[in-house]
Structure formats: structure tokens, C-alpha cells
Write a protein that binds this ligand. Sequence first.
Ligand code: SAH
Ligand code: MG
Length: 205
Amino acid sequence: MTEAELAVARRVKGFMPDDEGLALHEAGLAGGEVGPLLEIGSYCGKSAVYLGSAARARGTVLYTIDHHRGSEENQAGWEHHDPEVVDPATGRMDTLPYFRRTIEAAALEGAVVAVIGDSPTVGAHWATPVGFLFIDGGHAEDVAMADYDMWARRVLPGGVLAIHDCFEDPADGGQAPFHVWERAVREGFEPVATTGSLRVLRKPR
Ligand code: SAH
Ligand code: MG
């Protein structure tokens, strides 16, 4: 990554510690050799800078899906709420303006394609296989599992799957992403690396 990209990734709003972001970038470089990158959960674009930089290095793109209305846990009254991302005109969350500013500041508009919509709705009509999948959308059990259901089969053989916010110990956080990781392992993905709560797996060739 360039210093300028790193500086943007580090300063923008989001939920991606720098060490996990750098591990995500490495995973994106590996997956980008196999096919395009796809992220579920763009929020304000923080992880998309780490991944978009990897996509560009591999001559491919990052598709990043989000309805930009926030997960359950981002809504007012919940732990991860930020009143700044509420649209005063409607009272609803809208992280898209922040996302666009992030990608523009990182000069990654040529490598990062925003897909604005609900993940299962987009997935129902999606036809492009991917070399890399990052699951970081809603963290409720049904939402996280729906993302895996819809997208894991789109990963090409030899491609990479990354899952964020995996906590083996319930004392550290919600269990849904960890359950998704366990399911991925059961279904043949091979664990490759763990950095903080980021888990990286590979689909066998
Ligand atoms: N990757 C981000 C954090 C993502 S937060 C970072 O680096 O900071 C989770 C995001 O998932 C939220 O922006 C929320 O709007 C989105 N999300 C939750 N459920 C979704 C769904 N069903 N379809 C699309 N996006 C969803
Ligand atoms: Mg996350």
C-alpha cells in the first residue's frame, strides 16, 4: 500500500484496526490473483481502502456491497452507533457520502466499485465468480449466515475467504461471525491465518 492510502485508511471512520487491515490487504493480494474481490459491508470505506489497494495491485477490482443504512448494531441506541452518519433530512443512517469521500481521498475510484443494495438481493442476481470474499456485513446470526449462503459458493477454487469479528470466546463479542467461520471449515475451506478477529481461509483448488 502507498503511504497516502494508509493515511486515509487510518483516519476514516470504521471498524478495522490497522494490523487487521494490513492482513486483509495481504489476503486481498492472494485472492486477487484468482479473480475480482468482493466485500460485504462497506460502511465508510475503511476496509475498502486496504482491499481496493490490493485489487489495483492485481489489476482487478473490488466490488463492495452495502445498503448504507447500517446494521442493527449501528442504529441509534446500539453499541456501534455514530450520530454523525444519520441523514438529517430523513433521520435514517446514510454512510454512502462518507464512503465516496474515503475512496476519492485514497484515489481508488478506478479500483473500487460500490454496489448499493441489500446483500441477499444483490446476490440473487449476481453472476460473476470472485477470487476473494470478505464477509463483514450484519453480525446477527441470520444475517451473517445469509451472507455466507449467498456468497461463499461464488469463491473460485484457490480463492480466499476472509471473515471479520470472529470471537471464539463469547466474552469477547458476538458469536455469529465465528459460527460462519466454523461452517466454512466444515464445508471445506482451509484456515490460513488469524489476525485479531480477522480469519482468512482458502478454498481448495
Ligand atoms: N468493513 C467496514 C465495517 C462494516 S460495518 C469497515 O471497515 O469499517 C457493517 C456494514 O454492513 C454496515 O455499513 C451495514 O449497512 C452493512 N450491512 C448490514 N447488513 C447488510 C445487508 N443485508 N446488505 C448490505 N449491507 C448490509
Ligand atoms: Mg467488522
